[in-house]
Design a protein around this ligand. Sequence first.
Ligand code: NAP
Length: 329
Amino acid sequence: MSYLASPKRYQSMEYRRCGHSGLQLPAISLGLWHNFGDTTLFDNSRDMLLCAFDLGITHFDLANNYGPPPGSAETNFGRILQQDLMPYRDEMVISSKAGYTMWEGPYGDWGSKKYLIASLNQSLKRMGLDYVDIFYHHRPDPNTPLEETMGALDLIVRQGKALYVGLSNYPAETARQAIKILRDLGTPCLIHQPKYSMFERWVEGGLLDVLQDEGVGSIAFSPLAGGLLTDRYLHGIPPDSRAAHSKFLKPEAITEQKLGQIKKLNDMALARGQKLSQMALAWVLRGDRITSVLIGASRTSQIEDAVGMLENRHFSAEEISAIERILAS
Ligand SMILES: NC(=O)c1ccc[n+]([C@@H]2O[C@H](COP(=O)([O-])OP(=O)(O)OC[C@H]3O[C@@H](n4cnc5c(N)ncnc54)[C@H](OP(=O)(O)O)[C@@H]3O)[C@@H](O)[C@H]2O)c1
């Protein structure tokens, strides 16, 4: 069946300006790190992408190494684009990244110009695209001059292979330096992609201040802490959950203390008339410093849950304090 996007797709999503740029991003974006590789059902991946687009999620986040195997999320995304979404390409913001190990030898990792240019060429081929909207350096490289890595990002934009560039996992001071280099090169940094959730708050120690000062947007990855900040683990570890099958969320991470916090947060969310996953996303978006929350999903209902969050995003001062007390308990 050929896909026709929902005519209601722009009715409920909120779009937020990304820093001082002209680009608006949906409050909720979808990442393809898990559940889009070759080890999951292609039809489920397709259903999730189409469901997201129908709900106004216009931004899809990839990286060279997403799979497994590495590269397969981009290949599968490319198939779904060709099959269903290409007529809507100009309604979509597609990102990719390079910075982690991708191929053997000295040119398939970190932050050299050699690696970044080659990797993006491969990503474009896998996705069947002429350009991505955003290309990120995925993590800082302590052994390559920042000038070289930022020079590669600038070159990529000048070559027309990306419209904007971003940084991911850069600590505050390195981010400030990189943002300055990019500005001097004439390619402003659009966005930073850090990990941020109730359980992971390092960005509050300076990075968000830098981004605000510099007019750079932000997209928070793993806002549900990989699924911990949901009702998924309240009664054990379900066999189809990330903790049961991914090396990136080990059962040991679900400690008694964490579970205690999750239960209290869950009670609080229910009292607000929403799910814990929804409260956790709303919390990341509180204030104006995060442009978009970058969720993952294993089924369409989780994407619907995330978008449902938009109906109740407000927190009273008492609720914010109560969350702080729970997180400190
Ligand atoms: N830049 C980087 O270094 C970096 C690193 C990591 C991720 N990212 C990006 O961030 C994206 C999101 O990361 P993430 O997948 O860790 O995000 P997340 O939103 O914290 O976790 C997503 C997982 O939570 C569970 N979940 C989601 N909604 C739920 C609901 N309503 N009820 C119950 N469980 C729910 C699902 O796990 P189950 O499988 O258990 O159902 C889902 O796969 C990635 O796809 C990627 O694009 C970037």
